[in-house]
Design a protein around this ligand. Sequence first.
Ligand code: SF4
Length: 446
Amino acid sequence: MALTGVEIFKMLPKTNCKKCGQPTCLAFAMKLAQRQVSLDQCPDVSEEAKQKLGEASAPPIRPTVLGSGELAVKMGEETVLFRHEKKFVNPCAIAVKISDTASEADASKVIDDVLSSEIDRVGQKLRINALFLSNDSGDGAKLEALAKLASTKAPAVAAIISTTSPDAADAALKHYSGKNAVLYGANKDNLEAMAGKAKAHKATLGIAATGLDELCDLTEKAKGFGVADMVIDSGARRAGEILRDNTYIRRSAVKKNFKPLGYPVITFAGRDDSMLESLIAVLGIAKYASIVVLNSAERWKNLALFSLRQNIYTDPQVPMQVQQNIYKIGEPGPKSPFLITTNFSLTYFIVSGEVENSKVPCRLAVLDSEGLSVLTAWAAGKFTASKIAQFIKESGIETELETKELIIPGYVAILSGSIEDKLEGWKITVGPREANGLPAFLKARA
Ligand code: SF4
């Protein structure tokens, strides 16, 4: 049973010291009851209280790692149903299926697609996260051959081994020892043996149920066999069923702290029709899947799904930001234009995109304005003449320029005089108000 805020409060130090970032112990207790903070944020809580509050403070969805090394992804740990309550924390992993009935050439092609799937968007690297190796042939030797091929060609990419045969699982998992693979396919007929194989290879057990009741039963039994890390599949395949079951699972876990469903969810979006597959994947990403399995990795589909995933898993209360720096666009020389803008990601990418469109090599200074756009930053005192002058002076950029000229956004034309006062020897030019005016502006100067 989840504890109420008042019950939690009784076990806290009650000093109101604020070290946890909350104004009082009661405020902290209320947030802990809602799982909006974690118990370790209070450094003074007693060991006894920690034990008693363990259940209340444990994430309602068990944290689990898929893969190893730099490309590993975390799953679970979500605490809310809606992203306006608190951000969603661990972006859904995207996996692509390879059947062990495919030829080696076809399997290699999919692995290559996954390896080359990485894109850079708003400064973040986005990619397909895992290979779903499926024992469609029912032949353990074929699954092992596929696991060997995948682990050799793409050793850093996580694997989900899909089979209902414990022996086939054993052979395939040997190629992923110590790499936090998922062994998917544990059901009511093979649960104990599959649990044994998952434990032996330190893999996460993927439970394949045929309904929510059976799913609860299987996770409890697997726990009884000593399995801690699981991913769960209710058996839903149609869009409506996926929405219904994934919502039910998330709601039960975060609102009722219902432990049998407190695990990351795997959703199967695979369809022959790529457009339909994308739509089902969108549903899985938006509604609570921790892994979405696709049939193929086309670039257009990746781009749409990566962007959606990135947007859903950013904190709506924290603007996305680009690092303060002077970025080169093209290969600028000493006479190339030098512009400045703020570090709100959207502003940066729109401005840099328009500069690229102009085909005029430029330098673009990006000032840390705490993620605010130009006008908002100016109004908030984050994009001022003093800050701009200080940034330009400290950057040392003037040694690279023949003419000390800085182009500022048209919306802050009012700053031109005061920047000139603070930046001795510099000419300040007012650029266009909107970024889409940059290509014509830059071409006219070239
Ligand atoms: Fe209370 Fe602990 Fe927060 Fe201090 S850090 S106010 S003792 S909950």
